[in-house]
Ligand binder design. Structure first.
Ligand SMILES: C[S@@+](CC[C@H](N)C(=O)[O-])C[C@H]1O[C@@H](n2cnc3c(N)ncnc32)[C@H](O)[C@@H]1O
Length: 263
């Protein structure tokens, strides 16, 4: 997007799609429920601006985060948007790594997360399995791996969802879906306060994986079990933002869920 300032692009993205505090709360809470202690180390794969890592590091003096992304652009933005706002001590507990998530790491962590569906970039089974094995190998004995996904018949239709924010409209467009191989393209557009539309600010070429496929692959990668977190109902046909473990999901038109895989 040549005409859109890089700072604005990430500001709009984060305002529209991210909620790092609630995701850090969610991971800390469920790790504690399962293991009886709070986790200390996080690896945020596909970190983008590393908003989750920076929020993680500020929680306690023991909290340490590694934020991994291939692209130097969001990393540079993350350093100025988030890292710079931490105390000097907390700042030292965050390490950005410009690297491929498929590379083996020489350190182990309590928690790995891959959010905003980023691993959908791996379109074949063997590559996704390789990624899950790399995650498994990079965790301590009590490791937990959190990932999110979306689905439901509506998510495979060529439609655009719109969300109005203060001085900004966010558009999430499904541009194609191939039912034969589940490959799809999605795009994020914005309309600014002056009414100007910025098209294709972020674009994604993905495979839409299903929960059952992911759980089978996680098991094959060596995780001992996986939990699915399904969203509760707001009694008005929408979700209430509260995700709880479940083995039965309501067959909604569109849903977002989390999976936690345990070492
Ligand atoms: C959809 S964005 C997600 C950003 C952030 N996790 C979030 O929740 O909004 C996907 C990010 O993954 C990065 N990425 C794609 N393939 C990667 C790979 N193999 N290794 C590391 N980062 C990768 C991209 O550069 C991009 O910043």
């Amino acid at each position: 997007m040549k005409d859109l300032d890089i700072k604005l692009k990430y500001d709009w993205y984060e305002r529209s799609v991210q909620n790092p505090e609630s995701e850090v709360d969610f991971m800390r809470l469920w790790f504690k429920k399962i293991h009886g202690r709070f986790p200390t180390t996080l690896r945020e794969d596909f970190c983008g601006t590393g908003a989750i890592s920076c929020d993680w590091a500020r929680r306690t003096s023991e909290s340490q985060a590694f934020a991994v992304d291939l692209d130097p652009e969001p990393i540079a933005e993350g350093k100025s948007r988030h890292l710079s706002k931490l105390t000097p001590k907390a700042r030292q507990r965050v390490k950005f790594l410009e690297a491929n998530v498929l590379d083996k790491r020489d350190f182990k962590v309590d928690v790995v997360c891959a959010f905003n569906f980023s691993y959908f970039i791996f379109k074949n089974r063997s590559t996704l399995l390789e990624y899950f094995k790399t995650v498994r190998d990079g965790m301590g004995k009590q490791g937990m791996f959190f990932l999110d996904l979306f689905g439901g018949p509506e998510s495979q239709k060529i439609v655009t969802d719109t969300k109005k924010l203060k001085g900004l409209t966010y558009y999430w467009e499904c541009q194609s879906f191939n039912p034969i191989n589940s490959e799809c393209t999605f795009a994020i557009h914005f309309r600014d306060a002056k009414g100007k539309k910025h098209e294709n600010v972020f674009t994604y070429e993905w495979r839409l994986w299903t929960i059952v496929e992911l759980r089978e692959l996680l098991s094959e990668a060596g995780f001992s079990r996986s939990m699915v977190f399904w969203e509760g109902d707001d009694d008005e046909g929408g979700g209430n933002g509260e995700f709880l473990p479940s083995e039965i999901g309501e067959n909604c038109d569109a849903w977002v869920a989390y999976i936690a895989a345990l070492v």
